[in-house]
Structures are given as C-alpha cells and as structure tokens.
Design a protein around this ligand. Structure first.
Ligand code: ATP
Ligand code: MG
Length: 295
C-alpha cells in the first residue's frame, strides 16, 4: 500500500528479470522517467496500466499491494443520500482511527448508518466528503482497479446472510476468493481452504453444500472464506443476526481470536453479548459515530 514499498517491489522484480528501466518503460509504453518515479515511490503507476505492469513483472496485483494494514482512519466523513423528497445524512461527520489487533463493536439502532459506514471502510462504497486513510494514505481518490486490489487482498467480509454460493461445497466456497485474486498459489489453495475450515472447526464438513449446513455452520464457512487471502482487516455486518446464542458465542470468539492475531476486526451488531468480546465499543446514532467505552 505504501507508495515507497510498491516502488521497491517494482524495482526488485524488474531486476530479477534482468530488465533495465528503459526496457520496462518501452514494454509499458511510458517514459523512463515515469518508471524511475514509480521505483522511487514518487508516483504510483496509473491503475489502467497496473495489470499490464504485473504481467510483465510476473507478479500479481496482490503481491504488489501486500502491505501491513495497520490502521484505518476516517476524518470528518459524511455520506449523504439525496432522494427526490429528502436529504438523508447516513454518516454525519465521523472521525475515528481503527487499529489492528483490536476488536471493535459498533452498535446502534436500525437506520443509524452502521452498514453505510462499514461499506465505506470496506471500500465497497465511497463517502460524499471527508477523508479515508489506510495506513496514513488517503485512498479517497483511488480508482476502482486499485480499490478492488486493496479490498481483495486486504479486507475480509462477513455478512448476516452468509452469502455462500449454494452450488459450491464448503471448501470450494472458501477457495473462491483465492481464484479471484491469485494471492495463493494454485497448488496450495485446496489445502489452505481445508486448513481454514479446520480453524473454524468445520474440518468434518468440507464436502457439504450450504443447504446441508446449519446457520452457525454456514457462518463459520463464511468466516473461513473471509480469511482466504489472509486479510489484515475483517469487517462483519450483523454476523450473528440469524443465529442463536450458542452459535453467536462461537462466532464472536472466533472473531476475537482473529483480533488477537493482530487483525483489525470491526463488527456491527445489535446484540449486547458482543460487549463481552469487544475491546472498544462504538455506537452510531442518527449518523453520528461515538465511543461508548475504552474497555
Ligand atoms: N442507497 C440509499 N439511498 C437512500 N438512503 C439510503 C440508502 N442506503 C441507506 N440509506 C439510508 O441511510 C440510513 C442509514 O442506513 P444503514 O443501512 O447504514 O443503517 P443501519 O444502521 O445499518 O441499519 P440496520 O441496523 O437496520 O441494518 C437509513 O436512513 C437508510 O434509509
Ligand atoms: Mg445495517
């Protein structure tokens, strides 16, 4: 993510191929000065040529963006929906810094803006105004190719309705994000999927289809899938909304363990049981984000 790191990575891989800056520039149809600027971290390659660059250097977008997502910071963030009849301020001047290694609970009434905020943090949606920085870098103006690379590599999503593909077995569902983003080598994917399923205690259900699993089991498969590319950030929107208390405890404790492995875990929930697990509790009220407690 860090521009300088990306530059070094480009330079290293160019040299590995015994290619000069001129040769790379020629292949990319850009000036040598442009290549030199990338490698010194003064400029990022334009998103439209990012994929070509990866092909030439024999690297993946994910490798290029592999970074330590240590924090997510929002500053004076607004999301405004303008309908025909009214203006809805779904996120109203939110400022906060989310750090890795921490389990955040975000609570609040229906319609208070929780999902809207999560979608922006997950780069699925863009704010109307204000800043969003990942590791101190403003990503607000990045275009979709770069954002999707950041998202695919760095962020795992968990939803209330599990969102599993009904036609795929558990291990195939977990493998899916690995195909989309090529971070994990082909020959290692199945083994990794099985390991992740074992991690969420689903090792004896790897060949089951979603309809053959309980809700709690489906959500555990969805957590394994969210971990497919080893993201630093886990974002979960009401992950236990459809589950009973016992399954809720199981899901929250897995998410807790992940936060203890230095991931940044952000969970929206209506359920007060989450308070036992959360390191920090935030709330949303009419679009405003606040902090309940520091414990
Ligand atoms: N695409 C949209 N167009 C217009 N208004 C929207 C849109 N999406 C959300 N809203 C409005 O923004 C506000 C916040 O919605 P959001 O989904 O973030 O709430 P929430 O806190 O997640 O609620 P819930 O707990 O019910 O999931 C609501 O008033 C909602 O009606
Ligand atoms: Mg919601």
């Amino acid at each position: 993510m860090n521009q300088e790191k990306i530059g070094n990575f480009i330079s290293e891989n160019r040299k590995k191929l015994n290619m000069t800056q001129e040769e790379l520039a020629e292949k990319m149809n850009v000036s040598k000065n442009a290549v030199s600027k990338w490698e010194r971290g003064l400029n990022l390659p334009d998103a439209s040529i990012m994929e070509d660059l990866c092909k030439i250097l024999n690297i993946t977008l994910n490798e290029l963006f592999k970074g330590e997502y240590k924090n997510l910071e929002i500053k004076n963030l607004y999301k405004v929906y303008q309908t025909k009849t009214e203006k809805i301020i779904a996120v109203d001047n939110a400022t906060y810094k989310f750090e890795s290694g921490c389990f955040y609970a975000i609570m609040g009434h229906s319609g208070s803006g929780k999902s809207t905020l999560l979608n922006i943090l997950g780069t699925l949606d863009k704010q109307t105004s204000g800043e969003y920085l990942i590791n101190g870098e403003n990503i607000s103006n990045y275009d979709d190719v770069v954002l999707s690379a950041i998202r695919m590599r760095g962020i795992g999503f968990i939803f209330q309705n599990y969102s599993l593909d009904p036609n795929l077995k558990s291990f195939e569902n977990v493998m899916l994000p690995m195909y989309i983003n090529n971070a994990i080598k082909k020959e290692n994917r199945k083994t990794r999927a099985i390991k992740l399923l074992e991690y969420v205690n689903m090792g004896d259900r790897i060949n089951h289809y979603p309809k053959e699993l309980s809700g709690g089991e489906q959500q555990r498969v969805a957590i394994a899938r969210a971990l497919a590319n080893d993201p630093r950030v886990i974002i979960a929107d009401e992950p236990t909304g459809n589950l009973d208390e016992k399954n809720e405890e199981i899901i929250f404790s897995i998410l807790k363990k992940l936060s203890q492995m230095d991931k940044c875990v952000i969970v929206v929930s209506h359920n007060e049981n989450i308070l036992k697990y959360a390191d920090k509790v935030l709330y949303m009220k009419n679009g405003k984000l606040g902090v309940y407690s520091e414990e």
